[in-house]
Design a binder for this molecule. Structure first.
Ligand code: MN
Length: 201
């Protein structure tokens, strides 16, 4: 099986300042995200090795590790893509995604409030997601999902349109314990062009 790979960020390390500092972005991408990629590959290798030798394996343990690391890798890949510099001109929601948000949540303000509350209220480490479920009803449905760690609470068949990492490593050096302030500032660097692209696909 092909190895999981850490891609470069789609922008420079300073480009999300002042909302996310270069220091945090470097640690987050080069250390934390890399650790999930490495963890996924190590778990995958254990499975392949056991398969090759027709050996026993502690499936419960190795699959738990694999799920945590693969989900961590995919969420971080998505997280980097759904952000862009506050000067990029991509930070205003518009078009089809804004229409869908207004329809599903009643208003943009309501959506923002629900998403922010979801992120704020994650117990310990986790994520807030905006997802799309195309099998749900005639036009599909937008959902807000709260994830613990990287993988607890995920629904199957939901395409991730937007995600926000609220692990302490995502904000502590910049905001200390003020997760709410991080979330409030993060809205300035959402890449709505990318979110809409993911929604249309
Ligand atoms: Mn993270």
């Amino acid at each position: 099986m092909e190895k999981y790979k850490l891609n470069d960020l789609p922008y420079g390390y300073k480009d999300l300042e002042p909302y996310i500092s270069e220091e945090v972005l470097r640690l987050h991408h080069d250390k934390h995200h890399k650790a999930y990629v490495d963890g996924a590959n190590t778990a995958q290798e254990k499975i392949e090795e056991a398969r090759k030798n027709n050996a026993d394996l502690d499936f419960k343990s190795v699959l738990k590790t694999l799920s945590f690391n693969v989900a961590g890798h995919i969420l971080h890949e998505t997280f980097w893509k759904v952000m862009a510099s506050a000067n990029s001109g991509k930070n205003k929601p518009a078009g089809k995604i804004l229409e869908a948000i207004n329809k599903e949540f009643g208003s943009w303000e309501r959506f923002k409030k629900e998403f922010s509350e979801t992120a704020k209220s994650v117990e310990g480490s986790g994520w807030a997601l905006l997802t799309y479920h195309k099998e749900h009803g005639e036009n599909g449905a937008l959902n807000i999902v709260q994830i613990e760690k990287h993988n607890v609470g995920l629904y199957p068949e939901q395409k991730i349109l937007l995600c926000l990492d609220v692990w302490e490593h995502a904000y502590y050096l910049d905001y200390k314990n003020d997760r709410a302030k991080f979330i409030e500032n993060w809205w300035n660097i959402v890449n709505w062009e990318e979110v809409e692209k993911r929604f249309k696909n």
